[in-house]
Design a protein around this ligand. Sequence first.
Ligand SMILES: Nc1ncnc2c1ncn2[C@@H]1O[C@H](COP(=O)(O)OP(=O)(O)O)[C@@H](O)[C@H]1O
Ligand SMILES: [Mg+2]
Length: 397
Amino acid sequence: MRIIFFAGKGGVGKTSVAAATAVRAAESGRRTLVLSLDVAHSLADIFDLDRDLLDRNRGLPFAVHERLWIQELDIQEEIGRNWKDIHDYLSGLLHTAGLDGVLAEELAVFPGMEEISLLLHINQHVRSRRFDALLLDCAPTGESLRFIGLPATLDWYMEKVLRLERNLVRAVRPLARRLYDIPLPDERYFQAVEALCTRLRGVDRLLTDPDLTTVRLVASPEKVVLKETQRAFMYFCLHRMCIDSVVLNRVLPEAANDGYFAAWRREQRGHLEKAEELFRPVPIRTVELFEQEVIGWERLERLADRLYGGEDPLARFTREEPYRWVKRDGLYELRIRLPFAAREAIEVSRVADELLLRIGGYKRCILLPKKVAARAAVKAKMEDADLVLLFGKEDHG
Ligand SMILES: Nc1ncnc2c1ncn2[C@@H]1O[C@H](COP(=O)(O)OP(=O)(O)O)[C@@H](O)[C@H]1O
Ligand SMILES: [Mg+2]
């Protein structure tokens, strides 16, 4: 099986590239599902389908070809299926806090619900083995990246917070009932959270297994887009996901050398060269701006030709790993590829067996293996694009 994420800034062509990849995969005999998390769903439009048909399908896989399905997640449907008890409690709470019913209902869709839903679907699809390829059409970068850190955060929440909250609620319930009007979560709420966490178990291993899951970043050769793509690149690296290619889409063709687009094309050429520097050693694929929108099966085939030529679209295009543990002279070192992180911007701190990396606004908690956690303080240094964390000799004292 294969899982591929298509991520990048809005409008660069994520959905088109994901759909084209799906077309090629389906044609080569693989049962393929494209799953969309972007609320601005456009899969149906790209495959030129009657949207009504899809809307009636209510967020379930919908066949567009013998071996190709599309699925557009709908958060309201997801709430009904996965979040009912949690959502009921939250909206009850907001209602008590003085919000009117409808607003409380809407606000109780807390950030992360959609991302967790996506992870639930991935886990479920992998277990069901119904598809050979799962292609994920992500929301624009900023939002779509939150899901990566979630499994680790949830485990931590289960381990440290949930049990405590549950006991606390049990203890204070009789008192709280007398003193306040605030509803406390009941046992159903805790059970629901626990059940969700159970269903999510193992998904982080799926995402960080480079033979199974890779990320393809879609961008266009423009300054602002490349900047955002660079950030995404680093973020995926940090979370141990393998980026196996960068697609530079909508490149102006030679025909644009003269006339209105001449300056634009010159600038693009500069950015194309820059991109080579930025993303090396990850392979870059370029696709020119077509003379028409990419809509319908035939144009998607053409896009797939440009993207993959005769190659298998589901192949893993690079074997570079962003995270590596190395043992040298009895010392452990963790090498993390952070190609774009300036040295000053990285902060490393450590509490017991947890290592906290901060890079600008991003945080990442790494749980150290027992063997390493027992060792003395870490030293950090940059070597080329690698952040190298050194763990001292075993502390026998
Ligand atoms: N190489 C291309 N040539 C011409 N039009 C393209 C190309 N790639 C994408 N498009 C068009 O650009 C628009 C945005 O593409 P889309 O895949 O929806 O972007 P995203 O999912 O990143 O927001 C669509 O109308 C699509 O048909
Ligand atoms: Mg899209």
